[in-house]
Write a protein that binds this ligand. Structure first.
Ligand SMILES: [Zn+2]
Length: 394
């Protein structure tokens, strides 16, 4: 089989070729070309994007020994120019070549074997067959990788016959099952030789930079997250943008940001505690007023309050005056609320009465025992609700 153009020259972004086959798979048109600069998915490297003439290529995959270019719309057989989305590809080449280097240094210096590679949209990860990694080891690993970036090591690929390959001692995750024919070796001069069919940078210098971000324990190993190439600058820009927003929000410097935010959260928690204590006191005082009011049915409306104060008042009232039946309503920022409450000696079915009141107030709610609470659609039928309670009492 002819070596595809993307493998001959990973930096080639355009090629005049011929559409030799067209078809439709699951409703999506595809084309097979005589040759292509678009890399199909493989070896942890995602497929390229690009175009056939003016038609966008949204996915590229190997199917039964051919490379299918999945298209936004069908194209005709015949000559065509295939172009590569270079920005996306170059980012992939940076992450992918960085992975070769990172895995090689991890193996040579620490004896950790890379068991898988995932090139993500924002960050990439490799899985290493090691239980845990210390911070000092991470620092050393990163430093050693960057030394090889600065050393601008040439990266070269070559093909060998299966026999030639068998005679070499090469680090490899193994050839894919059913592999036939040539084996492609990718070498970072002086550092690493491995089998790979992907696209690579010419030199480790083009990795630009690499930052290890985090580790995560997983079954049988450790997952290591990192970014390389242009992504390091993009990530830094995003972090700086977020930090700038936080500096404005908290009116402080980066150095004091965590301390200032922690202090504000602490004050917020203190305020919450104070507010709850005040609410409890208010509920007690309101219950005392209602307990002293004339008649078995008592009521009050609280403007600017929420459901929590209603519930607390109802519970205190049931304790203070167990014979009373109360309709408590409130209007606040989060809506209009109601509570129907009755103590043990009131002798009514609170759940049933509560449902009647909920209907009159165009609301919904629930409860049982001594308290029924809900959200009201409107409080304009409040007098009718009070009349309903008076009827129950008789
Ligand atoms: Zn590779």
């Amino acid at each position: 089989m002819k070596i595809p153009a993307y493998e001959e020259d990973a930096y080639r972004t355009e090629l005049e070729t011929v559409v030799g086959e067209v078809g439709v798979e699951d409703g999506q048109p595809f084309a097979v070309l005589e040759d292509t600069v678009l890399y199909p998915e493989g070896g942890g490297q995602p497929f390229d994007h690009g175009a056939l003439g003016e038609t966008a290529v949204t996915e590229v995959r190997q199917v039964e020994g051919t490379i299918r270019h999945y298209l936004e719309e069908a194209v005709e057989l015949g000559p065509v120019v295939v172009t590569l989305d270079w920005e996306r590809r170059y980012d992939h080449m940076q992450q992918h070549t960085a992975q070769h280097l990172l895995s090689a240094v991890a193996a040579d210096r620490f004896g950790w074997t890379t068991t898988s590679f995932h090139l993500g949209l924002e960050r990439s990860d490799i899985e290493l067959d090691v239980e845990s990694i210390a911070d000092v080891e991470l620092e050393e690993l990163e430093e050693l990788v960057l030394a090889q970036v600065r050393a601008a090591r040439p990266v070269v690929a070559r093909r060998l016959s299966a026999d030639e390959y068998a005679a070499l001692d090469v680090r490899s995750r193994g050839l894919p099952p059913g592999h036939e024919g040539d084996v492609r070796l990718v070498e970072i001069e002086g550092v690493d030789v491995t089998t790979c069919g992907g696209t690579h940078l010419r030199s480790t210098a083009e990795i630009e930079s690499l930052k290890l971000l985090a580790i995560e324990k997983m079954r049988g190993g450790t997952r290591l997250y990192w970014v390389a190439g242009g992504r390091v600058r993009r990530l830094l820009a995003a972090y700086e943008h977020r930090a700038a927003q936080l500096r404005r929000l908290f009116e402080t410097s980066d150095a004091d940001l965590v301390e200032v935010a922690a202090a504000k959260l602490e004050r917020l928690r203190d305020s919450g505690r104070e507010l709850r204590a005040m609410e409890a006191g208010l509920a007690e005082a309101l219950a005392t007023l209602l307990a002293a009011a004339q008649g078995r049915v008592v009521e009050t409306h609280l403007e600017g309050s929420g459901a929590s104060l209603l519930r607390q008042t109802a519970r205190r009232l049931a304790e203070q005056a167990p014979e009373k039946i109360a309709l408590l309503t409130a209007s606040g920022d989060s809506g209009e609320f109601f509570v129907v409450a009755a103590g043990k000696q009131a002798g009514i079915d609170v759940a049933a009465v509560g449902k009647t009141v909920a209907g009159l107030l165009e609301g919904r709610g629930g409860g049982s025992g001594s308290l029924f609470q809900g959200k009201a659609g409107s409080l304009s039928a409040r007098p009718a609700a009070l009349a309903a309670l008076a009827d129950v009492v008789g």
